[in-house]
Design a protein around this ligand. Structure first.
Ligand code: C2E
Ligand code: MG
Ligand code: MG
Length: 597
């Protein structure tokens, strides 16, 4: 548009001479100067439409718009260049006076039509632009329209190109101003410049590689060199990168830079080059301080694989300032983890909405009688693509998403339904153990909800034992609610066990502070005890200690006869493990009982 307006203005000045002194020049020059001038002048409107398309990144319609604009410009050209014969647009009469033909206004109509089209496209995409940009674009039509009116009233005062120049000034300021693409303090290229560069590469389907470079310890340095010093250093780093790589360095975030390379060189070379680039210390202007900088880089091959990973790479670099060479592997792992997590959230939401959970039962053997006097209810989640998902994996996600409350209730009601349908008493089962999440324990209405479910199904509270795990340190308030819940439930007749005792957080004071009657020793304790004499002593003393406190002991994870006899000989009350049965669906559990009791 700038070039077009420049040539149009130059030709406009030339036409001043050809119109004033037609006899001095050959006739073809008289015509040509006016025709080309008018064409270039009108071309501004066409270019405006294309410019707006580029601004709004309107790619889908670009071809059809290009075609329409092409047709309009061709029409103008045909009308203009045939007017020496047709006299429709411009002509010189017999007295060699320059005149407008009968169809001359059509040029205005076409140009205004194009400008209006450009405005419309812009207004439809206005949400992407700020107020100043809106004004600049809206100003376009106002100024052009004003010029046309002025021209009609004062045909001899040609101000069209001035109007266009004015408009271009505003457009340039609003859209092309370098200040939009750089940071004020450091003068580095900003995120917007970076995003647009990448978009250009992508839309042109040009391969490119991004290197994300993190500066180590910038925060720490800032402490010594101050805010201003840090700004200076930031600028210097960008300059250094630009000098080393002969391309722009983008400053993406506090201490994160990126290089975009069109030519995918080998990662190894670029990494070496980055290393070399920072080898020399940075000199601060005002003092003798020389700052040596170390970097951490995410190689291009990785980021380029999927631009969507870029954000994650950047935040990873920011969150893990000390991660050096293994950064890529850790990011990949972090991303895989996040993807899996998101997938789980999705599946959990669906499963909760459609009630797709299943409850399995794992029989627990009473040592003294050899009977399966109880069982643990364990939730199962099946997904068509992922198969069975382990509760070890999805329970923490459900807890984090706040879904565990609903899920816990689903499991509890399922167990109640099962007990209502099946006479477990007749099968020798005294109670069923159900896992409670610490989050459930912190719900003030837990006791009420559970007791209501029991009474709805006519189940005696004595037939339920709740397993609680201490996974996180609770605050005093939560602990109080948990105690209240436990007291209420205990009064009603429900018993409690501490699950996973000996692993993680469960502190020994839980043993006498909470109203629990059973302690479940974690399977990892048992498994260690089988391998290590010290661990065996710890486990056996734990069993003794629990018994001395007047509580019963369950050990889980019994897989071999050897484990079973060790525990039988050492006073364990209940045993749970694959040796007896894996967790099985309800029907299979009943069959198991019928066969084994
Ligand atoms: P947990 O409460 O400690 O349950 C015992 C886990 O050990 C079960 O794993 C069980 O299948 C497994 N197990 C039992 N015996 C053996 C054995 O001999 N060998 C081996 N390798 N494993 C054995 P599962 O079913 O995968 O459950 C894992 C955890 O998920 C449970 O650990 C519990 O903390 C949680 N969970 C399960 N269902 C629920 C539920 O309904 N609500 C809540 N809040 N948590 C649940
Ligand atoms: Mg359990
Ligand atoms: Mg356990």
């Amino acid at each position: 548009m700038l070039i077009d307006n420049l040539f149009a203005s130059a030709l406009n000045i030339l036409t001043f001479y050809t119109i004033s002194f037609p006899t001095r020049y050959p006739m073809w020059l008289n015509y040509a100067s006016n025709q080309v001038y008018l064409l270039l002048y009108n071309l501004m409107a066409a270019l405006f439409v294309l410019y707006v398309c580029a601004l709004t990144k309107l790619r889908r319609l670009q071809r059809s718009i290009l075609a329409i604009v092409g047709v309009v410009v061709s029409l103008e050209a045909i009308l203009l260049f045939t007017s020496e014969r047709t006299h429709l647009i411009i002509y010189y009469d017999e007295a060699l006076v320059y005149r407008h033909g009968s169809m001359q206004p059509i040029l205005y109509v076409l140009a205004l039509g194009l400008v209006a089209a450009g405005e419309t496209i812009f207004v439809l995409h206005r949400k992407n632009f700020n107020a100043y940009q809106m004004t600049a674009i809206t100003g376009y039509i106002a100024i052009i329209f004003g010029c046309v009116i002025f021209q009609i009233i004062f045909p001899r005062l040609v101000i069209g190109n001035l109007g266009c120049a004015l408009v271009l000034f505003f457009l340039y300021n609003a859209f092309e101003n370098p200040a939009n693409y750089t940071y004020k303090d450091t003068r580095c290229f900003n995120r917007r410049a970076f995003n647009e560069t990448i978009e250009n590469y992508s839309s042109n389907r040009q391969p490119f590689t991004i290197y994300v470079i993190g500066i180590q310890d910038l925060d720490y340095l800032r402490h010594y060199i101050g805010e201003q010093g840090a700004d200076l250093l930031t600028g210097r780093i960008a300059e250094r990168l630009e000098a080393c790589f002969h391309r722009i360095a983008y400053h993406l975030a506090d201490d994160i830079y990126a290089l975009v390379c069109a030519d995918a060189g080998s990662d190894q070379d670029v990494l070496k080059e980055i290393d070399r680039c920072f080898r020399e210390p940075f000199h601060m202007d005002w003092s003798e301080t020389r700052i040596r900088i170390s970097t951490r880089v995410i190689p291009g091959g990785y980021v380029a694989a999927d631009i969507a990973h870029l954000e994650e790479s950047i935040s990873y670099l920011m969150d893990n300032p000390d991660d050096g060479t293994d950064a890529v592997k850790s990011i990949q792992a972090a991303i895989a983890k996040k993807e899996r997590h998101d997938q789980l959230v999705h599946i959990l939401n669906r499963a909760t909405a459609r009630d797709e959970f299943e409850v399995f039962y794992q029989p627990i053997r009473e040592v003294t009688t050899g009977k399966y006097a109880t069982a643990e209810a364990l939730i199962r989640l099946r997904d068509d693509t992922l198969g069975y998902i382990s509760p070890e994996e999805f329970i923490p996600v459900a807890e984090e998403q706040g879904k565990i409350i609903v899920i816990g209730e689903i499991v509890f009601r399922r167990v109640c339904e099962f007990m209502q349908q099946t006479d477990l008493d007749a099968l020798g089962v005294r109670y069923i153990e159900i896992n409670l999440s610490p989050l459930q324990c912190a719900q003030p209405d837990l006791a009420e909800t559970l007791l209501k479910a029991l009474s709805d199904h006519g189940i005696a509270p004595e037939r339920i034992n709740l397993e609680i795990t201490e996974t996180v340190k609770m605050d005093a308030d939560t602990e109080r609610i948990m105690h209240e819940n436990m007291e209420l439930l205990k009064e009603a007749g429900i018993t409690f066990s501490i699950d996973d005792f000996g692993s993680g957080f469960a502190a020994t004071d839980y043993l006498f502070k909470l109203p629990v009657s059973i302690v479940k020793i974690d399977k990892s304790i048992l498994w260690n005890a089988m391998k290590n004499e010290g661990a065996r002593i710890v486990m056996l003393s734990t069993i003794r200690m629990v018994k001395e406190l007047g509580k019963r002991v369950v050990v889980e994870g019994i897989e071999t006869e050897e484990m079973a006899s060790l525990l039988t000989e050492n006073g364990c009350d209940y045993m749970q493990g694959y040796l007896f049965s894996k967790p099985v669906p309800q029907g299979e559990y009943v069959t198991f009982l019928e066969r084994n009791q």
